[in-house]
Every structure is written in structure tokens, then in C-alpha cells.
Design a protein around this ligand. Sequence first.
Ligand code: GLA
Length: 384
Amino acid sequence: MHDIAAFRALHEARFEAEPAIFSAPGRVNLIGEHTDYAEGFVMPAAINFATLAGISPRADGKIALFSENYGQVLYFDAADLPAKATQHWTDYPLGVISILAGEGHTIPGFSLSLWGDVPLGSGLSSSAAVEVATGLAVTSLIGVDYPRPVLARLCQRAENEFVGANCGIMDQFISANGAKDHALLLDCRDLSYKLAPIPEHVELVIANTMVKHSVAGSGYTSRRADVEAACAVIASHRPEVKFLRDATLDDLKKWGGEMTPTALKRARHVITENTRTVAAAKALIDGELHELGRLMAEAHESYSKDFEASCEEADTMVALAQNLPGLIGARLTGGGFGGCTINLVEHQQANAFVQALGELYKSKTGIAPQIHICHASGGAHRIE
Ligand code: GLA
């Protein structure tokens, strides 16, 4: 799928230098949505869609950023980097470079080529893949070896502070730390995690509604604000509650009346989702796939009704999957308002499932979806 030799040749032809090449994956989240910035639990897996970054030093003090996807190369002065985002694809690599500079690293001149096949704006973390690939490439060039959770945090800061999207840690963390054939139950409070093996007979079927999603969009931002407002109400009674991770349904019963009805619903999603995510990891580890599917259905319902972060097409995609042979569980994955659904499907039925879901969705919505059978992959790494 990733033609490394062709990528290397592109970089060499353009920059007349041999690149060191790195790869960072996109991700799919099995369960645990909008819980990461509330210091809760998420259970993503890295997938076999990725960004490749090729890097070689330059002697002229310039930073050349080349995107094969956008067919564009731009040059910057390493000693005088842009201080602000410009709503351009270069914001992501420049954000990472600027965060590294802010950490006290002297940034030398280099040429960086990027190529990726994570579908853009589809809730599969194409931006985290670019950030982590860039972070790994640049730190390796300057001879710095950050522990992966630290690298993930720096990439998240690039997105928060430079790009201006208020995301949590999930996407960058899983891109940096993914494990082949495993999902990862991540505690977003202390970044400790537990691996949950995905059984060989279970396929990750990712169905793109083709409705564009953006973490920089108003939906994501307003949901996060609602969650924080609900938390502030609880904290005014129980100061030890710093994030909704610390809150319970009992707190909502007692003080929900002091919240807006909207904030109350958002908080109910986050609090119940944390419980579901921990239970889902246990179900996956114990091989109780029926229970896992039930929790995924409940999570989708909560995401759609209480969090109101789904959309008609995603609800349709999830509903259509329910009656198809081989389905274990289905829900909308990622930041919401479009993007992809994740379907856990029995291997034997996976091809027929893809075919049938595609046809049903097309005839119901008039939109031809893209549906992929993906694999849980390892995290970011250097390609030798
Ligand atoms: C996006 C963000 C993540 C997380 C999810 C929702 O992917 O980047 O940090 O908040 O949405 O679970």
C-alpha cells in the first residue's frame, strides 16, 4: 500500500539528497468519545493508513516543506519561522517545528517531504499522523529521542497552540504508541495504558459517510465548552472534581439543575462513556464480543442523542449495519459531525458486509461511501 521506494525517489529527485523516512499512522477509536480532554478513557487502535515523512539536511538554512498530496513545495527560513497558522496544510508541520523550537531546540535547515493516505476530514486523524511523522522526522534529524508519550504531547500542543484546534491527546498518542493487532485502553489522566488484543477473526471495517468532519470546527469546540461548563458546576460543590473524569451520575442528579439542559446532556454522555469504555476494554480482553457490541451500540446512542455529535448520515450508516450478518458492533468514530463509522465484523462475513453496507447506504442516502477493511497497526516508526 505504501510505496516507500517511489516516495524516496520523489524526495531524491526534488531535493538531491537521500532522506531518512518515517511513518505515522492514522487511528480509529473503538469507543470513548470526547472523554480525552475530560481526563477520561479512550480505546483507539492505530490503522494501516499513514503519513510518510522523508527528511534530509540542507546547508542553506531553509526549511522546504513538500506535500506530495497537495503537489506543492514551500520554503521557510529556519531562523525566522512563521508565528501563526494560515489555514494551510503547512500549519501542521510548522506547528510541530515551532513547538520544538519553543522547547529550546535549534532548528536547522532541512527538506521534508510528506505523503499520506489517511483520508482527510474523515475522523481518522490525518492531522495527528502528519504531526507525529513530522515530530519523529525532525527530532531524529536533531538527535533528540523523546519518549513516545512526550512526543505525542508536543504534537498535541502543536495542534492546540499553533493550528488552533482544541483537541485532546488521543489521536497523537495512538499514532505515536499504537500496537499491531491491538486496541489500547488509554487513561488520559496519566497516559498509562493497557493493550487489548483484537482477535484474529475480527475485522475493523471503517465506513466513510463522506460527510466532512473538522476538529477545528464549531461543533467540536462548543461540545468541549459544554463539558467544561458542566464540570465547573460540579466543581463549585465538590472542588476535588477537576475534570468530568472525577464526576458521577449522582453529581448530575444533585446539581444537574444548575446546568443548562444542554450541558447536562453533554456531561451525561461523558460520564457514562467513561464507564462504558473501561467495560468495553474488559469485554474485548475477555473475548466477550457480544457485550462489546452492546456497549458500542449504547455509546453511539449516547453520542447521537445526548452529545448530539452525530449526523443523519452517520446514524443511517450505523442503523444499516445492525442487521447485516457478521456485525459485532458499530458506532460513529472520532470527533463527530460526519466522518467514519467503525464496524467490528466477523472475518468470514467481512467482504459481504462491506458490499451490502455500501449498497444499502448508497440507496438510502444517494452517497457512494468508501468502506475499508483495516488492521490494527503499530505506532510511528522509522523505515529502514
Ligand atoms: C478528535 C480529537 C480527539 C478526541 C476526539 C473525540 O479526534 O482530536 O482529541 O477528542 O475527537 O473523542
